[in-house]
Design a protein. Structure first.
Length: 290
């Protein structure tokens, strides 16, 4: 009788199941070449979303001339972004650039936006940011010109989606120094004012990042109108703000007034949980055959 090494059956099954899962696994975007990533269904859908959001920004007068830019992550290694010198209201799918996380263009007919560096710093600093929108909405940018932010505690929807915003210091646009101005703020703020320039918002999707722009701009506008009424502003009571913060925590939204939300369960952990379930099923069947 041969001497068997005492590897528990669970471990043996785990190895086999892991090998099978590895073979059957679809390659993720990012593990594939830039040209395959650029031509994937996912990229096609994201380009359409960039174009849709670009039109919204232009129609709502949040961008002017060639101003503003939009980007979105495509898998772990790539980013789709708007081109330079183009109105956000006139873009076609072929105008959208594919870049790596260092800002090198890998696909697309046009040069990328010079402000992509700002987006890339946000992605590198905060993995929860999957899409970034930068633009110059008039009321929000008016605050950026004064280096001040609107007060919080006045409108619940604004408190939920945004809350306190930060002001990143002024730097020359398009430079690395400019891109790095937002770094201290990107964990606790999904909306950041860029001094004497405009605003930048990050979220899980391009559409949601654009919602933040709308919510912020509308809040700034409404606040400025409320100030003109000449009556004192009435603030939401502190205990009600605490209720909002609890809600934000459940929704996974950042807010500088509360402790940072820990990263949601890592994908690895999820994958290992799935593997454990598969292993348990196989072992159960093997034992049933004994
Ligand atoms: Zn700008």
């Amino acid at each position: 009788m041969t001497q068997q090494t005492a590897v528990p059956i669970v471990e043996q099954v785990r190895e086999v199941v892991q090998a099978v899962v590895e073979v059957l696994r679809e390659p993720k975007v990012g593990e594939i070449s830039p040209s395959v990533a650029a031509n994937s269904f996912e990229a096609e859908a994201l380009r359409a979303e960039i174009i849709r959001v670009g039109r919204k920004l232009w129609e709502r007068e949040y961008v002017d001339g060639n101003g503003g830019n939009i980007s979105v992550r495509l898998g772990p290694k790539y980013v789709l972004c708007t081109p330079t010198m183009m109105s956000k209201g006139d873009m076609e799918p072929a105008d959208i650039c594919l870049s790596d996380l260092e800002g090198n263009i890998l696909a697309g007919d046009r040069p990328r936006t010079s402000e992509l560096l700002l987006h890339l710093e946000i992605y590198k600093e905060n993995p929860r940011a999957r899409a970034v929108v930068h633009c110059h909405p008039p009321h929000g940018t008016a605050f950026a010109m004064t280096g001040t932010t609107p007060p919080v505690g006045l409108v619940p929807e604004y408190e939920i989606f945004i809350g306190p915003v930060a002001v990143a210091p002024y730097e020359t646009t398009g430079t690395r120094a400019f891109a790095e101005t937002v770094l201290p703020f990107v964990q606790d703020h999904n909306t950041i004012l860029l001094a004497n320039h405009g605003i930048v918002c990050w979220s899980d999707t391009i559409t949601h990042a654009e919602w933040l722009v709308e919510i912020f701009e509308n809040y700034c506008k409404t606040y400025l109108i409320a100030k003109q009424i000449g009556e004192p502003l009435v603030f939401i009571p502190d205990n009600k703000i605490q209720e909002i913060l609890l809600l934000k925590r459940r929704m996974g939204l950042p807010d500088a007034r509360m402790e940072r939300i820990a990263e949601p369960a890592l994908q690895e952990a999820a994958a290992s949980g799935e593997l454990d379930r598969l292993v348990a099923q196989v072992v159960e069947r093997l034992e049933a055959q004994d």
